[in-house]
Design a protein around this ligand. Structure first.
Ligand SMILES: [Cu+2]
Length: 255
């Protein structure tokens, strides 16, 4: 009898080690996959760069013929234009500003938080954005019509995916740097978006007021590039001192 009890105690001790009471997942902590990479903490003496992009030229945009799709037409009571030149009061939006050189040899893990590309009112929102290599891009369709997401990537894999009304969002990632990935819709030829894929987080897109701000930039010398879909690119050398935010303005002329 005492031997039987001993046996029970021994058995339970063994079970406890591997997870007594049917807890077959208890030892998972030992072999659980590493959590998604957290964004690297900015250096204590990090600085930044901010500025304004101006435009001196003529807005050459033309009205979009939404009538090709009655659903799109119904979503635009007032006409929208092609919005290639997002200029207002001499300030230029949708300019992608990023650190082009100066970060060589440094690595920046992809953040787990997702970027989003929405199809809304038969337009892409946002039109211009940046994303890190390996960071998920959620593509969704808010419209009650069929869209077709066609990423004309050259360095990354091209993809072409129909997204009918009601289809759930899907995620895509880009595994290489590419400036810029042009996204278009094969159903609505006016729909266009650009995604800048970078191996670091130091990029921004100018807002309607033409301003941009890049934060948490380690001190150093950099080439900053401003990219515009029609007006080309402009480079500027900047030097960021410890905890310093420098100003870099750009001025684009019309073509
Ligand atoms: Cu479309």
């Amino acid at each position: 009898m005492s031997r039987k009890l001993l046996w029970l105690v021994a058995l339970c001790a063994v079970l406890a080690l591997v997870g007594c009471g049917g807890g077959d997942k208890k030892d998972e902590t030992a072999s659980a996959p590493a959590p998604a990479a957290a964004p690297a903490a900015p250096a204590a003496n990090a600085g930044g760069v901010s500025g304004t992009v101006t435009f001196a030229g003529t807005d050459t945009d033309t009205p979009i013929a939404f009538s090709a799709d009655p659903v799109c037409a119904s979503l635009h009571k007032t006409p929208a234009d092609t919005n290639e030149i997002a200029a207002k009061d001499g300030k230029l939006g949708n300019v992608f500003v990023y650190v082009k050189t100066g970060l060589e040899g440094k690595t920046f893990p992809a953040p787990a938080d997702k970027k989003e590309l929405d199809q809304q009112g038969c337009l892409y929102t946002p039109r211009v954005q940046g994303i890190q290599v390996g960071q998920p891009l959620t593509i969704k369709n808010t419209d009650a019509t069929l869209h077709n997401v066609h990423a004309l990537a050259k360095t990354n894999a091209e993809f072409n995916q129909a997204q009918p009304q009601g289809l759930p969002p899907f995620d895509k990632t880009f595994d290489k740097q590419e400036l810029m990935v042009h996204v278009k819709c094969d159903v609505h030829p006016w729909m266009t978006a650009y995604v800048g894929v970078l191996p670091h987080p130091f990029f921004a897109t100018t807002g309607d007021d033409g301003t941009f701000s890049i934060k948490n930039l380690p001190p150093g010398k950099y080439t900053l590039e401003a990219w515009h879909e029609k007006l080309g690119t402009q480079d500027q050398e900047i030097t960021v001192g410890p905890s310093q935010t420098v100003t870099a303005n750009f001025d684009f002329k019309g073509k």
